[in-house]
Design a protein around this ligand. Sequence first.
Ligand code: FE2
Length: 383
Amino acid sequence: MALQTHFDYRSPTRIVHGTGSRTQLADFLSEEKPLVVTDKGLVSAGVVDSVLDVLTRAGIDFVLYDGALPNPPARCVHAGERLYKKAQCTAIVAVGGGSPMDVAKMIGVVARHGGRIERYLGANKVPGVIPPLYCLATTYGTGSEVTPFAVLTNPKTQNKDPVISWHIAPLVGILDPELCAALPLSVGGPTGMDALTHAIESYTNLLANPITEGLALQAIGLIGANLRLACANDHEIRATENMLIASMLAGMAFSQTRLGNVHAMSHPAGAQYGIHHGLANAILLPYVMEFNLPARLEKFAQIAEALGADTSGMDLREAAQAAVDAVWELNGDLRIPTKLSAYGVKRAGIKRMSAAAMTSGNVTVNPRKTEQADIEALFSEAI
Ligand SMILES: [Fe+2]
């Protein structure tokens, strides 16, 4: 099934999962003074307090940095670095979705290795380990609690560029469903679709290997069975728990394989129009799946089944198409619009976004060979 005959699988992050598992933070940090990195929304929602209480009760001295922004620019990172150094912190705790976790990783890089964060953009530019990093996921989308990636938004180029290094993979990822129990549909839907996009892009791309295929397909099944329910009602803690696991599994998969055209396109759309990462992915996913379908008929048929479609009696092409239809249906149930224009993305930006997308390493691993004209056509359909 996999194309890769040679691969080098790594997954260095310890995973702690379960309701109330945030309390284990006290054991990990008994000898540390952590900088707690988060955003103001999570502070005002009271989510951060439920983590800080654990530290306070254990008598652990900490410093709070709530300046992580969505699509984080470098100034977020360096403001956190200054606080880390001033307070002489020794560890970092991230409480959040992707942005606080990515900011925490990048604070770790500059706090330990110095200079501007831009110096470390690209693959394997981080020269050594960062301070011990503990990530508590408050959404079930990014999987950043297990990945070696952090994404920085550059206001000058209006693009998003990654720091890629196993040195920035968190030491421990904590999955406590109580931290994301109250995600409303408007947040849970798009973030869950980000996780689905990770899983589908990883499962079908050129670098998939037997380990990542297992992780990704398991994630797809869990998302198909749980995302609607997790968003439907705050009390569906088991569905939320399963979504957290799915997001983490997808993160483990794409840590090895990278992604595909959806992420290549959603990054410039996010950088240039500010559209939420998960929303951009959710909207782009079925268009890119249509494009990739001829290159991965069997895998698309497997995705359809994992998402709960009944493909019995269908030929292979119809079964593959059922995967695309299942994603349209899921987007509809989650009230996600069908076009990027609903969030201000303009046709006038197609050339510029497409040129930026073509610089992404995700295009080169996309299962169907892709030229800039293909990306422009996909944007044209999806706007
Ligand atoms: Fe993503």
